[in-house]
Ligand binder design. Structure first.
Ligand SMILES: [Ca+2]
Length: 119
């Protein structure tokens, strides 16, 4: 019968871990901060490139940064509140069409009012 006492590897030099060291029964594991992933060596934390997967959820440009990433829009576009979706124009075609109809009706009534005022 052996009585094993778990050795906390994390006590010594953080278990050689780059960031976090988690002591487990009989072993230990390294982990990283959000936005980083453990390298193949099991110790080093490297930036996770969010843009490599589904373009980071960005509709247009995706820029990977250390520990994070950002979505970018072309100059002619604006970014929605989700910070991921870019839209080219603020108004849809049907909204523009409705506005044009409204303007024409307004001009028509103004014209009528002016005509009746002159008569
Ligand atoms: Ca990143």
């Amino acid at each position: 019968m052996s009585t094993h006492v778990d050795e906390n590897e994390c006590r010594h030099s953080n278990g050689q871990c780059d960031t976090y060291c988690v002591n487990t029964a009989g072993s230990f594991a390294c982990s990283c901060e959000t936005g980083f992933q453990l390298d193949d060596d099991g110790f080093t934390c490297k930036d996770y490139n969010e843009c490599e997967r589904s373009n980071g959820g960005c509709s247009h440009g995706c820029v990977n940064t250390l520990g994070s990433y950002a979505c970018e829009c072309p100059n002619t576009h604006y970014k929605e509140v989700d910070n991921k979706t870019c839209h080219g124009e603020r108004f849809t075609d049907s909204q523009k069409q409705n506005f044009l109809i409204f303007l024409l009706l307004l001009l028509f009534y103004l014209f009528r009012i002016l005509r009746s005022a002159n008569n």
